[in-house]
Write a protein that binds this ligand. Sequence first.
Ligand code: OFO
Length: 180
Amino acid sequence: MVNLTKFVKKVHMNKSIEKLLNDQIKYEANASMHYMAMASWADSNGYNGIAEFFYNQSEEERVHMLKLVKFVNERSGKVAIPALEKPKADFESLQELFEDFLKSEMFVTEQINHVIFECLDKKDYNVHNFMQWYVTEQLEEEAVARTLLDKLNIIGDDKSGHYLFDRDINTIATAVDPTA
Ligand code: OFO
């Protein structure tokens, strides 16, 4: 007869992976608040298109966090809902805003790579499979962040360029092909 108690114990999430997934919950939540602060800054400075873009990014990050919370619970792991960092509220320029956006995405990609590494090390192919969605998502978001920063660097300090960038940001972002 199979010892089911032993089996159930075995399918519980590996502790180091559980810890990394909880860290990831925190990074996604921090990114969500960070982008909310960016949206609010853009809103209060008359950049309505950029504000809309970051409000949407903030919501996307919240959904990424939620997906992880549900996944850890489904897999019998323990979720610790984290306290969050106070996000930066002021930016010197649009360049600074979008440099921070790119840095934030690069940071999250690096953390996801740690999770993937640990999954392979611990042979947890279910979590590895689940995390592939995040890998693809990061590829896309980093490509968008890079493209937007490149455009802004071309525009420089030109005010009419900023006006057009604000007007067209969503068109520019949706046209990015991360595999190109
Ligand atoms: Fe969560 O997608 Fe970027 O950070």
